[in-house]
Design a binder for this molecule. Structure first.
Ligand code: ASP
Ligand code: MG
Length: 410
């Protein structure tokens, strides 16, 4: 018998009608003889409402109490969904994170799951009951309620699937899968049949915001096949798994972009040991994530040092860098927060040369200037002026034939 974990996000349980639709979907899966564990988010907008309430009553809500409040959103959905299932004649039982002993560390508002007690869940499944678990929450070793960070229900679903050794973890959402590019920009973007964990991590961090990135990492670590599919439209969705030799015969999987970056260029940095650490150390101590880092070979004892951060961290970064630049005798600091990152992602790059040069040719032919280039084994990223991003995405999608169904390898 197969065991599925099915997770339904906020929009999928956004109102009673939708919860009913979800209940019908579950009943159908159940009828085909599968064991089902369901994970749900709070109804769409509910967690935001709770956050707003917390900030109405306290300037800096206490983290422990904040989690007690935020965890209530999911408790509403598990109960409503289970009631509907039972009403439809499908045995179901709801559980909060605490009830199925989803144990986390004590980092309130961003806790990590440490272990899950499977006993109760297994017993219910054996008895033919659909188990409905509240996403996004757990308890620490002292029984304090914790939450896993926004979007954390995906992580709950993957952690449950890993613990129960489920055959598949299905993430139901409001899109039909993972696309070769943002369909709002590229009208003939195609739903990918399959994508690897590594590719998905690159695509997720770059804007294909269908899945919480931590969930993808976790699924990769425990080798849980993950499927993204639509609640509202039947279809196979996109399967995220390890690379399979029989997979689609395709070099490039998708084009991703990110408009939320800012670039900081330090000109005339003394060429001496320890400077990179002196610049980036204080940034990481302030918990600011640095994305790209580029430094060139020094000329006449000086070098240029460039890095990018999220736009939201830009001001904070500059408040660290400005005084530091004086202190370290750096000649000048040039910044630009109107930049965007464009990336081509695909595991096939490992075995195919010439992808990067083709990418640069395509962008050049469109008159798009490249400011920075960075590569990994399965990705080439460039920084461009923000205004060229849509043109760049479309040109690459077309040039690499991503709208075409890939050939199947035997
Ligand atoms: N309800 C939580 C949130 O809105 C968790 C989730 O939806 O995954 O972030
Ligand atoms: Mg979500």
């Amino acid at each position: 018998m197969t065991l599925l974990v099915q997770k339904f996000g906020g929009t999928s349980v956004g109102d009673f009608e939708r919860i009913k639709l979800v209940a019908e979907k579950i009943t159908q899966s159940k009828k085909t003889g599968q064991q089902i564990v369901v994970v749900v988010s709070a109804m769409s907008g509910e967690t935001d409402n709770l956050v707003a309430m917390a900030h109405k009553v306290a300037a800096m809500p206490d983290p422990r109490e904040y989690d007690v409040l935020l965890a209530t959103g999911e408790q509403v959905t598990i109960a409503l969904l289970s009631m509907m299932l039972i009403d439809m004649g499908c045995p179901a039982r709801s559980y909060t994170g605490a009830q199925v002993r989803i144990t986390t560390d004590n980092a309130h508002n961003k806790a990590r799951i440490l272990k899950i007690d499977q006993e109760k869940i297994k017993a219910d499944l054996q008895a033919g009951i659909v188990v409905v678990v509240a996403g996004f929450q757990g308890t620490d070793e002292h029984g304090n309620i914790t939450t896993l960070g926004r979007g954390g229900s995906d992580t709950t679903a993957v952690a449950l699937a890993a613990a129960l050794q489920a055959d598949e973890c299905q993430i139901y959402t409001d899109v039909e899968g993972v696309y070769t590019a943002d369909p709002r920009i590229v009208s003939n973007a195609r739903r990918m049949e399959r994508v690897t964990f590594e590719e998905m991590l690159e695509l997720a961090s770059l804007g294909a915001k269908v899945l919480q990135i931590r969930a993808v990492e976790l699924a990769g670590r425990y080798n849980v096949p993950l499927r993204v599919l639509s609640t509202f439209k039947n279809g196979p969705g996109t399967l995220i798994s390890y690379e399979d030799r029989k997979m689609e015969h395709q070099i490039i999987s998708g084009v991703a972009y990110n408009k939320d970056e800012a670039r900081i260029l330090l000109r005339g940095v003394p060429d001496a040991p320890g400077f990179a650490a002196k610049i980036l150390g204080p940034i990481s101590e302030a918990n600011i994530e640095v994305d790209m880092i580029v430094q060139n070979i020094a000329l006449n004892g000086f070098t240029d040092f460039t890095f990018t951060v999220h736009q939201r961290d830009f001001k904070r970064t500059m408040s660290i860098i400005s005084p530091l630049a004086d202190q370290l005798d750096i000649r000048e600091v040039l910044v630009d927060d109107k930049i965007a990152k464009l990336s081509l992602v695909g595991v096939g790059m490992r075995s195919h040369a010439g992808i990067a040069s083709k990418m640069f040719q395509v962008l050049g032919a469109e008159g798009v200037n490249i400011q920075l280039i960075a590569t990994s084994e399965i990705k080439v990223s460039v920084i461009l002026d923000e205004k060229y991003i849509e043109l760049g995405v479309r040109a690459l999608h077309e040039a690499f034939g991503l709208d075409q169904e890939p050939l199947q390898e035997d």
